[in-house]
Ligand binder design. Structure first.
Ligand code: HEC
Length: 508
């Protein structure tokens, strides 16, 4: 866009500076003709008006500016090359408020866009979710009490999340799901079950964030039963990660309810995760925990395409202070966790040195479990640790300091990522956030849905557009009606026809 503008300006000014008056007026006309096509418009929205209406009339290159006020809206946008920008006046922000009734603040697909300057609160499912969107920036957002996820890009390539504040989220405040090339910078996340979660994603930089008072601060997980099979090449650098001992308030039985409180950084089945230059303080169970997929509650049904061990992970220079110590309120968080684990019928996780973790395991700076190859610690003697006997010693040259960003060529973000057919793509971008093939994550596993619905595509479509409460101990599924019949039918077909051979049926 800006390239086109510059080029236009250059050619027009060249013509304008010629002496011939005919050429001059022609140039002016030509200029106006082109500018109406190429120059972007700014659409303003003031309190009392509808933001969605402005979004619906967006054209390539446009900006929607939203002035302070409270907007009780769910925004859905499927366009390319636009900016959705709040205007902050005298410290007053535009507020998207779902008043505890609406599911999502913003859902975006499409590509090449920027969303900034909104305070988003009181939604039931997500603050901002993007589905298969590439070349996107989400920044300067306050996301508060928005249900399961705060800021949630899925299936995107070239994604930036920066300078946001998220709190009070029952799963992950910032959740990077199945994305490639991601920077998560300078965000503040607190009071959530998980601060920042990177799941089945590759090339991710998590830098300069302040992460505190969550049950777990920053985690990188490779989960079974999802279309993308690994979490790899992640840098977790220069973050402040402290006091992550919050009571785990995830829906009991949801996958994250199994995450023990007191974790600063957690890596499960992750490969090439480098942890460097962080300040990691007062996380009562593990400053850093690295383990394999046996930590999952339902590890008896593994995904043959997910390599379950943590390999080639590096713990370089970090500052560790007072991890592994429990104060009385940490003990209460822990007791609450243990009681819930017992009542949910999940097994208590294996301990690093074999056997069960036990009711009150000791905590350390570094807690490792599982097999895993070529992991290392740079200065093993300076930290308290358990389970790291197979770890080597990292080299000073392992430093990541030369890598400034993970964002790659914009061409990669233009085309929708790996999912080729619509059903597969919708499943990856939308349903897989809550449904895995074999595991209960937020919703029931696809296997269970297949058994119940057999070949009833219409049944799945109508449930997904108007869900009802079916199961005890599950949240109510948010309506997916906004996807429209074509996408819903495609995805219903897709999930009902996945082969029943473990997670292998979920195409790569
Ligand atoms: C935000 C999380 C979430 C997302 C996203 C989600 N689901 Fe669900 N889904 C749930 C939960 C939770 C339940 C269980 C609800 C209950 O039993 O009350 C569920 C249940 C279901 C069921 C079983 C209904 C029954 O009769 O037992 C189907 C079918 C289903 N979802 C389909 C879908 C499809 C298709 C998509 C994607 C278009 C999708 N879901 C996206 C959370 C989600």
């Amino acid at each position: 866009m800006s390239f086109k503008k510059k080029f236009l300006f250059f050619s027009v000014s060249k013509i304008v500076h010629q002496k011939n008056p005919f050429q001059f007026s022609f140039a002016i006309l030509f200029f106006f003709f082109l500018s109406s096509q190429i120059f972007s418009r700014t659409l303003e929205v003031h309190e009392g008006e509808s933001i969605q209406k402005a979004i619906d009339s967006l054209e390539k290159g446009d900006t929607v500016k939203v002035y302070p006020g409270v907007y009780n809206e769910f925004l859905f946008v499927d366009k390319t090359h636009f900016t959705l920008s709040g205007v902050i006046v005298n410290g007053k922000w535009p507020v998207l408020d779902g008043v505890g009734k609406l599911n999502d603040g913003v859902i975006g697909s499409g590509a090449n866009f920027l969303i900034e300057n909104f305070h988003i609160k009181n939604y039931k499912a997500n603050g901002v979710m993007t589905q298969g969107a590439g070349n996107i920036i989400m920044r300067k957002l306050i996301v508060e009490n928005t249900g399961i996820y705060g800021i949630y890009p899925t299936m995107g390539t070239n994604v930036v999340v920066e300078d946001t504040v998220s709190l009070g989220i029952a799963d992950a405040a910032i959740y990077i799901g199945m994305c490639h090339n991601v920077d998560v910078r300078r965000n503040e996340v607190y009071g959530s079950v998980i601060g920042i979660e990177i799941e089945n994603s590759t090339n991710v930089l998590i830098e300069g964030n302040t992460v505190y008072d969550n049950s777990a601060g920053i985690v990188a997980f490779a989960l079974p039963g999802l279309p993308l099979k690994k979490v790899e090449n992640v840098i977790i650098r220069k973050n402040f990660i402290f006091d992550n001992n919050h009571r785990n308030f995830a829906e009991p039985g949801a996958l994250v309810a199994g995450v023990p409180p007191g974790i600063g950084i957690g890596v499960m089945a992750g490969d090439e995760v480098t942890i460097e230059g962080n300040i990691i303080r007062r996380n009562s169970f593990a400053g850093i925990g690295i383990g394999d997929n046996n930590l999952l509650p339902n590890s008896k049904s593994p995904d043959p395409d997910v390599e379950p061990n943590p390999d080639r992970n590096k713990v370089l220079e970090n500052v560790f202070i007072d991890n592994g110590k429990r104060k009385w309120n940490d003990i209460i968080s822990w007791l609450f966790y243990v009681i819930r684990i017992i009542f949910s019928g999940n097994p208590i996780p294996e301990s690093p040195n074999g056997g069960k973790v036990g009711i009150f395991p000791e905590g350390y700076d570094v807690v490792a479990s599982g097999k895993g190859k070529d992991n290392c610690l740079i200065s093993p003697d300076s930290v308290t640790k358990i389970g790291t006997s197979s770890y080597g010693i990292c080299k000073p040259t392992d430093t990541t300091e030369k890598i400034k960003t993970m964002i790659g060529d914009p061409k990669l973000g233009e085309s929708k990522s790996d999912a080729r057919e619509l059903g597969k793509q919708v499943f990856g971008a939308v349903c897989s956030g809550c449904h895995s093939m074999t595991l209960r994550t937020v919703g029931p596993p696809i296997k269970e849905i297949q058994e119940k619905y057999k070949k009833d595509v219409y049944g799945v479509v109508s449930f997904a557009s108007m869900p009802k409460k079916v199961r005890e101990g599950f949240i109510e599924m948010p309506s997916q009606k906004y996807l429209g019949n074509e996408k819903l039918t495609a995805v219903a077909n897709y999930i009902l026809n996945l082969k029943d051979e473990g997670a292998k049926g979920v195409a790569k």
